[in-house]
Design a binder for this molecule. Structure first.
Ligand code: UDP
Length: 238
């Protein structure tokens, strides 16, 4: 029996690093395809899917500015990196027969669509996956904030943050054997205890608009579909 779900429209946020597989940089096509299959299996249930993909596997604004680059320029480079990741994911999804639109916060009409909210909603209604690229279009933000913003605008029921670990821990579970996972945690606890979920502006935006964030592991095969059906382990921030 395949797991079922009551969700109708969700947003999946993954970091750019999720696409690099076991490499230290860039895109690993088999990894992109594996994640595309996860998305397809949820799409097959009839769930409308928004995606936001980071750019950290290619370029991060902060890293550039730490090396002397002007911060806003470096941030624009980071936003461009997210467009490359979005195009790679589009290609993988369409290879699996899932119609997909890449929608950029920075217009680049030859490459993808510009962000027009009503048009994006229509794509979702028609069953197309919408990948929101170029973050918020503004420097000094992150793709976590972009994910929360788009989830609000698209009226997604929840933000699913796919990571390497199966939830939010009190300390880094990769480094500490005694790290404890939370089943649920509030936005304010995340902010006060500096828990590693999303950056503070993204958490505050989710809190102020009552958008739940579900942190789960994308490394479990079938994980995304299972989590949407309420199975497996995860942390819910609400
Ligand atoms: N970025 C930005 N504004 C945004 C979203 C992203 O300036 O609204 C830039 C920023 O420099 C960031 C980079 O794009 O470092 C890549 O995004 P992010 O670090 O969120 O990617 P992730 O860590 O999720 O891979």
């Amino acid at each position: 029996d395949q797991p079922q779900t009551t969700y109708k429209r969700v947003l999946l946020k993954i970091s750019g690093e999720a696409l690099m597989g076991d490499k230290g940089f860039g895109l690993n096509p088999p990894t992109v395809e594996r994640i595309a299959r996860e998305v397809k299996s949820v799409h097959d249930l009839g769930v409308e899917i928004c995606m936001v993909i980071g750019g950290g596997n290619i370029f991060r604004g902060l890293a550039g500015s730490a090396q002397g680059m002007e911060r806003t320029t470096a941030d624009y480079m980071g936003m461009l990196a997210t467009v490359m990741n979005a195009l790679a994911m589009q290609s993988a999804l369409e290879g699996l027969g899932v119609f997909t639109r890449v929608i950029s916060a920075i217009p680049m009409d030859q490459v993808c669509e510009p962000y027009i909210r009503r048009r994006a909603v229509r794509h979702l209604e028609k069953g197309r996956v919408c990948i929101f690229a170029a973050g918020t279009g503004n420097p000094y933000f992150t793709t976590d904030t972009a994910a929360t913003l788009r989830a609000n605008e698209m009226a997604c029921e929840a933000i699913f943050k796919g990571t390497k670990v199966d939830g939010v821990y009190d300390k880094d579970p990769m480094k500490h054997d005694d790290a404890k996972r939370y089943d649920k945690v509030t936005y304010d606890e995340v902010l006060a205890q500096h828990l590693n979920v999303m950056d503070a502006s993204a958490i505050a935006l989710a809190r102020d608009n009552k958008k739940p964030i579900i942190v789960f592991s994308l490394d479990e095969p079938g994980g995304f579909r299972g989590i949407l059906a309420g199975q497996g382990t995860y942390t819910i921030v609400r």
